[in-house]
Design a protein. Structure first.
Lengths: 143, 582
């Protein structure tokens, strides 16, 4: 384990990227920060810029308009970083996958510019906050 | 029902419709009374502007939205007018005939129609003569010109993993100007600064792209680009069956995930003449009010967060948790409830669950009182919110805003009262209004509505009737219907059209923020940049902008004009001044 990965696993700072979600995964992510779940206990902090982030929390189906912006955000994030695809939409396109608004799955969009991207999937519509915590623990343990 | 049943001049049952018909006079070609609360009128398309003027000025109607449908002879434009005081919705149809597909723009006189006409232009290719701003609104930048997703025969283009076949094919295709975009700012001139906000912004949950045009600290114009979140729900809906659509529309917006399906089933039930059994109506009402509680508390928290008052955020979201728990117990999910279906509800609330609901609802009364007091009595919040972002009653009417945004401006409209359904006409509650129209008024409306929601839930549990929770719906006949419901953010309006098949052939959805967001142009202009953040948030689209410090140089000497000491002195002086005002 390189020192960068070692550093990544401790108190990951996250940046929230909504690329066409229904807002549900997003409020559940904010829910994580509030008193019941309070992930700041573990040093997980929501930051305002991808340049400060260790992990991206991607929600939504990756719409046509959002896809180039998602790639731009990923490029700005310092590597190594973990991409969490949160919710059914981000993982697979969910109920919107046959619509004309969807460009393509978010993982494909990211793998196009970085084939070795570390991507973790947290399915659910929306995943419960507990599920997101489990997803984070599993992904960091696998590094 | 592209052919309405009555020719002009036939007898009319409803007093409202007959008044509307006599006001519109000679332009009416046919009309139909669907039920005591819904009427349909077809008019001469050359006179839509006159119609809009008569409906707003003489009838006092509010333009809920408009729907475009492709028909054999062109594009039918349906203007849905809500007559809130009379509990009536009248839809006026006008045909934009082939081959030009042109019709006069209503938006040039009535700002409430500006966005929806741009949308119909994007999605269907209708042309609105005289519209001041025909830039692209909701399709993506890379969408080619002349491909209209809501036209018949549109096929969703296939993408392949290696970058998209059709992406390459479309790369060189001509595109209309999309607005706003960084490359084509409008109205920039010396002395005017353009501040881009978005599409990603630290305090925005969703992607939105705002452009603020500022002179000094004052915002003089603003512009907004949608499409980042455009998923094409209306088109997807036409590929589903009547019973599948509620699952789709509850994912239109996760925080209104009970309101959208309810408005949809209202539309279908009005189309098919179905009445859901009383117990179903009560269950719908309880879930809807629980949703309103969670949504308003969420807003109070976020508003605090935007103002830098994070204590309110943490408190509000902590006290919201019992509501989320009880929603999970009642419906099976914290957020997507899957509660309503056409003809009733999917799941019953067992009587042994009533005490748990009562307890949860009871548990938030005290904290809510405390939060309301923290908001109402805090001198800092007064200084920050009072008189900020005023939307006057007249502007509120012209922009057609709904929900707490309208009620904060003194417009007493609430679909729960103005088109009663569910249990709302059987329980005691009142519509909260405030006259001031500023951000503070909207905050007060939301806080006080929480107490009304608690009252409604308690009475519903008290009076809950027995019996079945749904009626069996075998078929939805051909026809069309509209339904609306008061979501936490305002009226959500749905229109469906059936050809007698398994699912809708056209489904129009108009969410409350769609009419509330454009009103920014009325409430933000003339305010300072720092206040814009909370004004935009007051409508509840979740967005904010950070304060920025620009260094000012003297143009001739290139020497900085304001140093650190000077700025400190200025800010101290301003604080002193504010303290005196407070």
């Amino acid at each position: 384990m390189g020192w960068k990965t070692w550093g990544l696993k401790r108190s990951p700072w996250v940046y929230h990227v909504n690329v066409g979600a229904c807002n549900n995964c997003d409020i559940e992510i904010l829910e994580l920060l509030t008193p019941r779940y309070d992930v700041e206990r573990f040093g997980i902090v929501l930051v305002g810029s991808p340049r400060h982030a260790d992990a991206l929390l991607v929600t939504g189906i990756c719409t046509r308009q959002a896809e180039p912006r998602l790639r731009a955000v990923y490029e700005q994030t310092p590597k190594p970083c973990v991409v969490f695809l949160i919710g059914a939409c981000a993982c697979t396109g969910g109920i919107f996958r046959h619509g004309y608004g969807m460009a393509r799955p978010a993982d494909e969009a990211i793998r196009e510019i970085d084939p070795g991207a570390i991507i973790a999937y947290v399915p659910g519509c929306p995943p419960k906050p507990e599920a997101m915590i489990v997803g984070a623990v599993k992904a960091l343990a696998a590094l | 029902m592209s052919q309405l049943k009555n020719p002009a001049g036939a007898a009319v049952q409803s007093a409202v419709l007959s008044r509307v018909l006599s006001s519109l006079g000679g332009m009416v070609t046919e009309f139909e009374e669907q039920n005591p609360r819904r009427g349909w009128v077809r008019i001469d398309p050359a006179r839509v502007r006159e119609m809009a003027r008569l409906m707003t000025d003489e009838q006092g109607a509010r333009l809920a939205t408009a729907t475009g449908i492709e028909v054999r002879d062109g594009i039918d434009v349906l203007y849905h007018w809500a007559l809130d005081a009379e509990q009536y919705v009248v839809t006026v149809k006008a045909l934009a005939a082939r081959p030009s597909l042109q019709i006069d723009s209503v938006g040039q006189d009535l700002p409430a129609a500006l966005w929806i006409e741009r949308e119909m232009h994007d999605l269907l290719g209708a042309e609105f003569r005289g519209h001041p701003d025909m830039r692209r609104l909701i399709l993506a930048d890379d969408w080619p010109e002349g491909v209209y997703p809501l036209r018949r025969g549109f096929k969703v283009p296939k993408t392949d993993p290696a970058g998209g076949r059709e992406r390459k094919k479309w790369a060189g295709a001509p595109r209309p100007p999309a607005g706003p975009s960084a490359s084509q700012p409008r109205g920039t001139r010396p002395g005017r600064t353009l501040i881009n906000i978005g599409p990603f912004h630290p305090l925005q949950e969703e992607m939105e792209f705002f452009q603020l045009y500022c002179e000094g600290e004052t915002v003089v114009d603003m512009d907004v680009r949608l499409s980042y979140n455009h998923r094409g729900v209306e088109e997807l809906s036409t590929r589903l069956t009547w019973d599948q659509v509620p699952f789709l529309v509850e994912r239109v917006c996760g925080i209104c995930s009970h309101s959208h399906p309810w408005a949809y089933v209202n539309a279908v039930e009005s189309l098919a003449g179905i009445q859901a059994p009383p117990r179903a109506q009560y269950i719908r009402t309880i879930v809807a009010e629980l949703e309103r509680l969670h949504s308003h508390m969420l807003w109070v928290g976020l508003a605090g967060h935007f103002l830098g008052y994070n204590t309110v955020w943490m408190w509000a979201w902590k006290y919201r948790e019992p509501i989320m728990d009880i929603l999970e117990q009642v419906t099976g999910s914290r957020i997507h409830y899957a509660c309503v279906r056409v003809g009733g509800v999917r799941r019953d609330i067992a009587p042994d669950m009533y005490p748990a609901i009562r307890k949860a609802v009871d548990s938030i009364k005290k904290p809510m009182e405390m939060l309301t007091k923290a908001v109402l009595d805090d001198p800092v919040l007064h200084a920050r919110l009072k008189g900020v972002g005023v939307l006057t009653k007249e502007d509120a009417r012209r922009w057609g805003v709904t929900g707490p945004t309208a009620r904060g401006s003194g417009l007493a409209i609430d679909v729960r009262r103005d088109d009663p359904h569910g249990a709302y006409d059987e329980v005691e509650w009142k519509v909260i209004t405030q006259e001031e129209g500023d951000v503070f008024a909207k905050a007060v409306v939301r806080c006080l509505e929480c107490f009304e929601a608690v009252k409604i839930i308690e009475q519903c549990l008290e009076k809950m009737p027995g019996g079945p929770i749904a009626v069996d719906v075998r078929q939805v006949p051909p026809g069309e219907g509209c339904g609306h419901y008061e979501a936490p953010r305002g009226e959500t309006f749905h229109y469906v059209r059936s050809d007698g098949g398994a699912g809708p052939v056209r489904h129009k959805i108009r969410a409350p923020s769609y009419v509330n967001i454009p009103s920014f142009r009325a409430s933000c202009i003339g305010q300072t940049v720092t206040d814009v953040s909370i004004i935009l948030a007051a409508v509840d689209p979740c967005y904010s902008c950070t304060e920025r410090l620009a260094r000012v140089y003297d143009a001739s000497t290139r020497r900085p004009l304001y140093g650190m000491d000077e700025l400190l002195r200025l800010s101290r002086a301003k604080t002193e001044r504010l303290k005196k005002e407070v």
